[in-house]
Design a protein around this ligand. Sequence first.
Ligand code: BYC
Length: 325
Amino acid sequence: MYAQMIQSEATTEDAEQLAAFQARIDAGERIEPKDWMPEGYRKTLIRQIGQHAHSEIVGQLPEGNWITRAPTLERKAILLAKVQDEAGHGLYLYCAAETLGISRDDLTEQLLSGRMKYSSIFNYPTLTWADVGAVGWLVDGAAIMNQVPLQRTSYGPYSRAMIRICKEESFHQRQGFDIMMKMAQGTEAQKRMAQDALNRFWYPSLMMFGPSDAESIHSTQNMAWRIKINSNDELRQKFVDQTVPQAEFLGLTIPDPNLRLNPETGHYDFSEPDWGEFFDVLRGNGPCNADRMEARQTAWSEGQWVRDGLMAHAAKKRARRVAAE
Ligand code: BYC
């Protein structure tokens, strides 16, 4: 339906203007905030960048859950830095979305009212310390797989935000793998925890790439506009191909009886995630959807006095400047 909406809006736009815009995209040019763009392109970017920004912010919650219980001071300092990085990523992305003419308050209100999504993965709980390792290794690993190509996305502010975010995500992935290595080489109980974390996070990580290409509603248009560089299934396959040898190195087993290297394709065959579960999580029925939204509602209402104070301070400064001119 959304694709049809974009289509019908596009038809009211000047065909020559649309063709010139597409030619710029095809030539690999970056589109900048003041350039002309089709309304569908602008709306799609707001949806994707907004959803991405919300994911970074909500994504702090499952890991933040372990800051007070990290096993050593060093692990705690590393985790704190990682969670702060995610807040920073959210802020770069909200700034990039603002260049498209939507305010950060609007974006947040859309999240809180359920009109905007965040990544399905953050609706799963982090039950043990090994889950913090699995999130870094698998969730950040999947995020990097998706975000490295987005450094070449057609919208300038989004692509530039991605360059910095990807550098930091690489450190995040590495710290997760390091936790998994320690656990996998530890006591029998630690190995069991590491395997259990992999068992629970494997399929939700595969779901991060979105529905299969046949079910994806936005991919065709988004790839033509280079808002998206690869299809959901292409990235999912790359992620599996990269991650299976890492699991083998850790001595852990991917929870998929059908997983095998296909000698003909050179890629791993694997079982699809349960798409019924994916769409159910998107409808708000995942294990932690209600908790995540409640945490964001509380942060938003308890932070109101800070936003009011900052706005009042900015207004006072502006009034002083005007009076001095
Ligand atoms: N979760 O037509 P499709 C991170 C929705 S990592 C929720 O294929 P599209 C982090 C989709 O929005 C995560 N919803 O859509 C890591 C659409 O619904 P709407 C954030 C999903 O946009 C570690 C519908 O399903 N990364 O932040 O072409 C620590 C149909 O899908 C999901 C990004 O956001 C999902 N997994 O492709 C902390 C990357 N998948 O909107 C933080 C940027 C699909 O029409 N985003 N949907 O109601 C993208 O690359 C693309 O938006 C997606 C989906 C690949 C996610």
